[in-house]
Write a protein that binds this ligand. Sequence first.
Ligand code: LUZ
Ligand code: MOS
Length: 738
Amino acid sequence: MRNVDSTLHVSGKSKYVDDIHEIEGTLYAIPVYSPIAKGKLLSLSADDEPDLIHLITAKDIPGENQIGGVIQDQELLVEETILYIGQTMAIILARNEEAAKRIRKNIKIEYIQEEAITDPRVAFKKDEIIGKPRKFVKGNVESTWSFCDLIIEGEVHIPGQEHLYLETQSSYALPTENGYKIYSSTQSPTSVQTEISNILGIPMHHIEVDVQRLGGGFGGKEEQASIFACMATLGAYISKKPVKLILDRHDDLLMTGKRHPYVAEYKIGKKDRKILAYEVIFYQDAGAVTDLSLAVLERSMFHFTSSYHIPNGKATGYSCRTNLPPNTAFRGFGGPQAMFALEVAIDNLANRAGFNTIEFQKENLINDGYEFPYGQIAKGIELQKAVAQSKESMLKLLNELTTFNSSNRYQKMGLAMFPVTFGISFSTTFLNQAGALVHIYKDGSIGVSTGAVEMGQGVNTRILQTVKQFFYLPKELIRIESTNTTRVINTSPSAASSTHDLNGKATLNACEQIRDRIFKFLDPKGSKDIRLENKFFIIDDEKIPWNDVIRDCYMNRIDLSAHGYYSTPSIKYNLDRENGHPFAYYTTGIAYVLAKVDIARGTYSLERCHIVHDSGKLLNNKLDIGQIEGGLAQGLGWLLLEDLKYSDKGELISNSLSTYKVPDIHFMPETEIEFIGSDNPLGLMGSKAVGEPPFMYGIAGYFAILNAMRCFKKMNFKYPVPLTPENIFMSLFAPSKM
Ligand code: LUZ
Ligand code: MOS
């Protein structure tokens, strides 16, 4: 089935926050943010002018000037202490956007500037650490080093990444009779509701948050959308008028946090052809406040052994406070950083040993039964199957490479493989719950509400399909409603690749309740054989149309509406012992990328990509392919193109799309995707979560290029990121300057 939104999207009819019809008298809010990364705010003032309704500062906040979903350590508006460039100090409330921007230009700010920290290891040395350090141990690395025949140590600089959702942070807040209704471009309607409740000092039931869809989220709207929704609602509280706040691209790039950059220090050792021990220290650049950094770091810890059999492993993780915008969730959520660190270590080790890296990788993959350092036993790991299934394709790629490289001196091809094992569930156990509300109207049509937010990933299509298959109905009879906090409450963010599992299963639970009531009405004694089939109920041998049965149920006062609920069974985690079963299951797969580098110029093209991916029982292969291709593009962009740069004053230098390059269609390799198709009872209709895992296939692109460079010149690289033509060229011809 096609994505139900596709026709709306291509015809321009999909509604985003900025498309909502504005109520007359709507005011416009824009943030005034700090131009310095650290210091003290002394004063702030705006010229009087008729279009300025109010300059909102911390003093105007009726509740607590505190936000933060995990740790409340962030002021919505700076009172005195400035922590990063882009931090909001005040909000201009004006009659329109133009006026708001004009007023902002003339704002007078007085401050005292202090020296900023922009390097996580400098923060670490100054003891600027958020939360408790994490330590995961398996076996005993210390006593194993002496058994190794080769040990390598090094450090990896792992880059951050801008989300670049097409729709910038957006909210529209309307005062209602007894509270507020907020349209927000958020992955987490309940977080928006919670934060506003705190800022305004009013209970949650006075706040209604509604989300139709997002123009992309990628994690950037899991936590940080709340900030902007709070600002708009604060404006509505002060003015008693509807208030709109839509960031322009420049403000959005500057104010919002990114994927966390990490520095990783590693040591890895092997004996013969087996990895014996791996030790890593992660210095996470959290930015200035906690945001989701500790949860992101936790996922890095869970994935520090990636897809590899590490008999002795040790990881230490520090979340380091710097004076950059608070870094936040981003597709993969700390997983990519940890996996890239280990992949660099393995690549380095294999190359020093003179091994074929792909062979070495394959010989060290995990299987079912492997115990992860946090105690969960691997199950449903299909890596070996993926290797076997891709054998011929891989030989074809190798053949193409060999032929090309033997006849070209200054252009070289390189091939690399990357295996993905990604744990599915929120690592924060309590978030693994969801609700749904299913209505069957008396004409037989169905309305479904869940906590799931549609952000382009196709969750509405999957839920629609689930209901369609459950009741054997055509898709026209089913409508997926907006996500609204008065219909489905206490929603977890649409995140962690788990949205359709959790919300789909809650929907099924509601459907089952209604079906059972209908069946009981049709057959009170339970003696008949009842089935559903193509818009009909089959009762013994009698066929009654769906609509007739529904009307009959209504006339006989049968409740045709149900609230459904789902919470993932069997997951648990003990933080003190760093041990448990945090994930419902794992999504696995492997990717090969073939790249071609023009040695003399440093330019390259990604030629081909072959992916074997386990999506469980396929629920919708088009959506899955969309997620895999999109994830791959984003992962390739992360390590190859996207050069996120801050100055040592904490100022974003790559602050526009002329200085921050993202992949386009021409950048992408020709991609073939094969599925494995295992069964997975913990996924929706036997499927497996697919949102985040494919992001990490992009790592194969990075090593494909390095391997092409090595085909020209045998050398040890310093693993530059991103692997731009400049960096390739310098690595080859001026390595000492890298
Ligand atoms: N958000 C979260 C996530 O709160 N916990 C997680 O484990 C997670 N994983 C991926 C993406 N978002
Ligand atoms: Mo996410 S990084 O699953 O919002």
